[in-house]
Ligand binder design. Structure first.
Ligand SMILES: Cc1cc2nc3c(=O)[nH]c(=O)nc-3n(C[C@H](O)[C@H](O)[C@H](O)COP(=O)(O)OP(=O)(O)OC[C@H]3O[C@@H](n4cnc5c(N)ncnc54)[C@H](O)[C@@H]3O)c2cc1C
Length: 343
């Protein structure tokens, strides 16, 4: 069986690994190829901090997001407990989430992260000392970052070590590719690219600009959830300062006003950043959609599964969504009786 996964971002590589490893272990002859216009370090995830946390997912049902993100958290825990943690860029990180308005303390993911606690008034008072911005609610928890610029090469190495193939190519029209290519199964993980290649008018960009600084003394994430709040997320060698979320803005250039908002805002949260060495700025377009699309197409000759529209959470959901892609594929194979009884 020949499988093509279109898209070499975190969703595509995760889906490709799970399909390849499952079918191989089931003894099925299988060839899995990831076909993508770009690979790491040039995908949307590569500039992100890769902090675990559901964000900007439109109306995607909470129960599904909970399941997908829990699987990714479990996957990151598995990596963190091995000698691969450093290579994969997986770090365990304490986080403080703050707001100047109100905060839902019953967030649906509080059982997934470690030790999620609401900040007491005393803790908030202590935090507010010397700040012009007074936080009114907050929570503390511990979770993972998986820095995509490290995680993606790590996952690609695992995929290729198992015989997975990589082809650099842009697919202009997925329907034509499905008809004209000799793949039996096509998995679409093209993110915002689905706007063009499957003509999905529901896709829209959510622009995000961040800065990276050197601040090795900082190992706490601060997430200001107020409207137009800033965030500070340490990675292995740098700290990500954010950020913007501008819907329908396609501008890939670094914007100086956004940079000022980011740098000034983060310095207000952690004044020591004033002297941090600036490393770079980066802009990416999150693949926004009313709801994430994860489904098999009905009725075609070939098996076609879509997995795109992960908004601001593609890293957080990658392993869980990839698992659902595999389950959909197994169902489709059974329905079509293309597979052996082992599957
Ligand atoms: C500033 C910023 C910060 C972020 N921070 C986080 C975070 O901390 N945690 C988190 O979970 N998420 C975060 N995100 C969101 C996350 O980066 C995305 O949700 C994620 O990258 C989506 O992954 P994807 O694989 O679905 O899409 P992408 O990463 O966009 O990958 C799509 C792939 O498909 C390829 N492609 C597209 N069209 C075609 C085509 N026609 N033919 C062939 N190939 C094609 C592309 O080249 C690319 O390889 C952040 C995003 C931004 C912009």
């Amino acid at each position: 069986m020949r499988v093509a996964v279109i898209g070499g971002g975190v969703s595509g590589i995760s889906s490709a690994i799970q399909i390849l490893e499952h079918l191989k272990s089931a003894g099925s002859p299988v060839e899995v190829t990831v076909i993508s216009e770009a690979f790491s370090p040039n995908t949307t995830g590569d500039g992100s901090a890769g902090l675990w946390g559901p964000y900007l997912l439109g109306g995607t049902p909470t129960a599904r997001v909970h399941g997908w993100s829990k699987q990714m958290h479990d996957f990151l825990q598995q990596i963190w407990l091995t000698e691969d943690a450093c290579e994969a860029g997986v770090c365990l990180l304490p986080c403080i989430r703050l707001t100047t308005t109100t905060m839902d303390n019953d967030v649906f993911w509080k059982d997934i992260v470690y030790g999620c606690r609401q900040l007491t008034q005393k803790q908030l008072d202590e935090l507010n000392v010397g700040r012009t911005k007074k936080y009114t609610a907050g929570m503390h928890f511990i979770t993972y970052t998986s820095e995509p610029v490290k995680l993606l090469p790590y996952l690609m190495k695992r995929f290729q070590a198992n015989g997975g193939k990589i082809v650099q190519q842009k697919i202009a029209n997925l329907e034509e590719f499905i008809s004209n290519s000799n793949y039996d199964v096509i998995i679409n993980c093209t993110g915002l690219g689905s706007r063009e290649c499957v003509k999905d008018g529901g896709m829209f960009p959510v622009r995000g600009q961040v800065s990276r600084v050197k601040a090795n003394w900082l190992y706490y994430a601060f997430l200001d959830e107020s409207d137009h709040g800033n965030y500070i997320i340490p990675n292995c060698e740098s700290v990500v300062l954010g950020g913007t979320h501008q819907e329908n803005d396609e501008n890939l250039e670094v914007c100086s006003n956004d940079k000022k908002f980011i740098v000034d805002g983060c310095r207000k949260i952690v004044p020591g950043l004033e002297h941090a060495q600036h490393l770079c700025d980066w802009v990416g377009l999150r693949p926004g959609r009313g709801t994430l699309r994860l489904e098999a197409e009905k009725g075609g000759k070939k098996i076609v599964i879509h997995n795109y529209g992960h908004g601001g959470s593609g890293v957080t959901l990658a392993w869980g969504c990839a698992n659902d892609v595999l389950e959909l594929l197994k169902n489709e194979l059974q329905v079509r009786k293309l597979t052996k009884s082992k599957l």
